[in-house]
Design a protein around this ligand. Structure first.
Ligand code: C2E
Ligand code: MG
Ligand code: MG
Ligand code: MG
Length: 288
């Protein structure tokens, strides 16, 4: 009986693994057409000044609106896009779309908001990365100083020699660099030493434990202090509750991003947010 059970278990396992693989293959082939079929969307999440809570920037976050499955998050399909190499064209599309949008909002509302765009390791190794970014800037008219490319620590510097050159090239163009998910990579401090970063983004796994784990609180404080001593700015990700805000503000974190302020929004909702903010500012100015 034990033997047949074993065999059954094996079969069940085999079928589900096969199904998972089939599903991944179906998604990969769907992803191949997603951009062309207009199924990709860019959402925007505000970044606020930690003192004034005023919107000072936004991060572009891609979503895939699958015709049958609905919205699929980047945590799920970006790895597939990286495996297939599709990330290169998807990433370029996100960059061009977001740069045009940021420039349009600047023109419409007179706001100079910083735009964060995530850059995959695969893109960072592309020989033509600088041309792609330069053309996205020229095409949109966006000030390079307003663009911030977010790079994660998962990339091995040794494995990608032209990565550091590309980052220096971006900085020469006036584009800013942020190290994303700081603290979670294998070589955080080595990164800080070798990469030409303007800012670091404290990973949400640390922020989440503010008020919960004193060790993580110590890491957050030390990270902010270290970043400032290195003349880098600091953004905290995943700010969800008032207690996170108070702690981060008290410890001089520069900017904050998280559900406490706003979720990532589709273009029309983000635009509504900006227009309400502008109306608010106009009424304050009228009172003065
Ligand atoms: P990330 O760059 O670290 O982006 C922050 C993620 O945290 C986003 O998830 C955002 O929606 C989520 N988030 C923001 N505030 C909170 C909060 O208060 N609580 C919690 N629990 N989460 C919060 P999202 O949009 O699912 O993106 C996941 C990851 O996918 C991103 O992490 C980034 O690594 C990647 N990604 C997204 N868009 C792109 C893209 O255009 N290109 C590339 N290469 N990667 C992207
Ligand atoms: Mg990011
Ligand atoms: Mg992050
Ligand atoms: Mg991430």
């Amino acid at each position: 009986a034990a033997k047949s059970l074993g065999r059954n278990n094996y079969q069940i396992y085999e079928v589900s693994a096969e199904q998972a693989q089939q599903q991944n293959m179906a998604l990969k082939s769907g992803l191949r057409h997603a951009e062309h079929n207009g199924e990709l969307r860019v959402f925007y999440q505000p970044q606020v000044d930690a003192v004034t809570e005023d919107i000072v920037g936004m991060e572009a976050l891609v979503r895939w609106e699958h015709p049958e499955l609905g919205f699929i998050g980047p945590g799920f399909f970006i790895p597939l896009a990286e495996e297939t190499g599709l990330i290169v064209s998807i990433g370029e599309w996100v960059l061009r779309t977001a740069c045009k949008q940021a420039q349009e909002w600047e023109r419409k509302f007179g706001l100079r908001l910083r735009l964060g765009v995530n850059l995959s390791a695969v893109q960072l190794m592309q020989a033509n990365l600088l041309e792609v970014v330069a053309s996205a800037l020229t095409e949109s008219g966006l000030d390079p100083n307003l663009l911030e490319m977010e790079v994660t620590e998962s990339i091995s510097i040794k494995a990608a020699p032209n990565l550091v050159d590309n980052l220096h090239g971006l900085q020469r163009m006036g584009v800013r660099i942020a190290i994303d998910d700081f603290g979670t990579g294998a070589a955080s401090l080595d990164y800080l030493r070798k990469l030409p970063a303007d800012r670091i983004k404290i990973d949400q796994s640390f922020v989440r434990n503010i008020g919960v784990d004193p060790d993580d609180e110590a890491i957050v404080r030390a990270t902010i202090d270290m970043a400032h001593r290195l003349k880098r700015g600091v953004v905290a990700e995943g700010v969800e509750i008032e207690q996170h805000l108070q702690f981060l503000r008290a410890n001089r974190c520069d900017e904050l991003q998280g559900y406490l302020f706003c979720r990532p929004l589709p273009t029309p909702s983000f635009e509504k947010l900006l227009s309400e903010r502008q109306r608010l500012l106009a009424s304050v100015a009228a009172e003065e």
